[in-house]
Design a binder for this molecule. Sequence first.
Ligand code: NI
Length: 397
Amino acid sequence: MINIEQKIKKRSSELLPEIINMRRRIHENPELSFEEFETANLISEYLQSIGIEHKKGIAKTGVVGLIKGRNPEKRTIALRADMDALPIQETNKLKYTSKNPGKMHACGHDVHVASLLGASTILQGLKDEFEGTIKLIFQPSEEKYPGGAKVMIEEGVLENPKPDVIFGQHVYPELDVGHAGMKSGKYMASTDEIFLTVKGKGGHGAIPDRNIDPVLIASHIVVALQQIVSRNAKPNLPTVLSFGRFIANGQTNVIPDEVKIEGIMRTFDEKWRAEIKLKLTKMAKGIAESMGGKCGVFIDQGYPFLINNEEVTENARTAAKEYLGDNFVHHLELRTTAEDFAYFTQKTPGCFYRLGVRNIEKGLNANLHTANFNVDESSLETGMGLMAWIALKELGR
Ligand code: NI
């Protein structure tokens, strides 16, 4: 395997200019969730050019490819890259700044696609040297519900062949380029969106006895719901409940008829997640009714929490340490953001790990989902090589 590791490193270095070019082509033409038609064409043309059989049009714009080694039935490892951009206006001034107004690859999905294309070339070149099959999953719409992962699974992406293990790689601006990180077990949160409509009876603010004030009722609800986090959540189950929208459209002297409250909920346990929904609904409705009003509750179910299989993750960690060096692989903390890779990990043991892309000296340290996000592009060399190496190590187990 030492020989293979050196081959992967050599190929990653040779392929870097080509893969940077691919990343830039994707970066300057960002497409929103389930609209990744040109990105899919680019992926398909590239796979075609290196002789990898693949199918387009899975979950509308997804692409799935297969690299068969010797004895292809032995084991299958899936590698996933998400493809979509965000509705953000890019402020970076680059040769390859987004040409699509109001759209930007601000979450690094351009890097994920390009890295997986690089890994595909490397693995295709080594197919006589490993046993088993590599399944390449280019997934649309990670950023928007219901998420491309769920739709791809419904359309059979985890069958024929069925992957034994799946890996996903995501850029991480909190780690320097050349580094990687991962966490075994629960890693990212489930996500739900909450919509409350508090109804009262509006009227003149100076004669409150004739009204049912939904602003006061809604205020009580917002404060009371924090009890779920502070008094009902088990201390070992991190829970977030945040309300970012509170619309009471009256005037200084006009009490409105209704108030709208919107927010998010994040957890790391499916049973507790279901319990919160019941508690929250009961509390909001009960408070409104006790004060003479009503409260409508709508909860839009988002992604489940993401769990990294412990054995797979520890093996990936060992592989990453071999490839990058012990001091370049980090233990990560639980995160309250969400990822639809979680749907894959519900069906297939997997590991979602992070690729360092930060370079403070070059000023490349903006957060994900910001208008000036960018990466140190030498991370593509690590990204493609590490993914190929982790996949081959897992195949060889
Ligand atoms: Ni992302």
